[in-house]
Design a protein around this ligand. Structure first.
Ligand SMILES: [Zn+2]
Length: 98
């Protein structure tokens, strides 16, 4: 990973964390606002923030599930290739006839 890509990934992660915290802060701060009814802009913004939080949590869950599934498949493949088995003369089928 080059330095430029690492910086871009760090910026993306920082923006994601900022959006997450700002959404939580906005929802908490405006929870008891003076609502004007059906066309309230604050309620609309709160709804958008809640949708963002739901999508981020769903994406996080899917990412974690994919990581666990990938790691399990990697362990399964390595186990079938006998990577974890200790090497010994018996496994190498060496005859010790000295
Ligand atoms: Zn409202």
């Amino acid at each position: 990973m080059t330095k430029k890509m690492r910086f871009a990934a760090a910026c993306g992660a920082a923006l994601l964390v900022f959006a997450l915290f700002f959404s939580v802060f906005f929802v908490v701060a405006e929870a008891d606002h003076d609502c004007i009814g059906e066309h309230c802009t604050i309620c609309h913004q709160i709804h958008i923030c809640q949708k963002l939080l739901e999508q981020l949590s769903a994406a996080h869950t899917a990412l974690a599930g994919g990581a666990v599934l990938g790691f399990s498949m990697l362990l399964l493949v390595l186990r079938t290739w006998n990577v974890f088995a200790a090497s010994s003369p018996v496994l190498w089928k060496v005859k010790l006839l000295n």
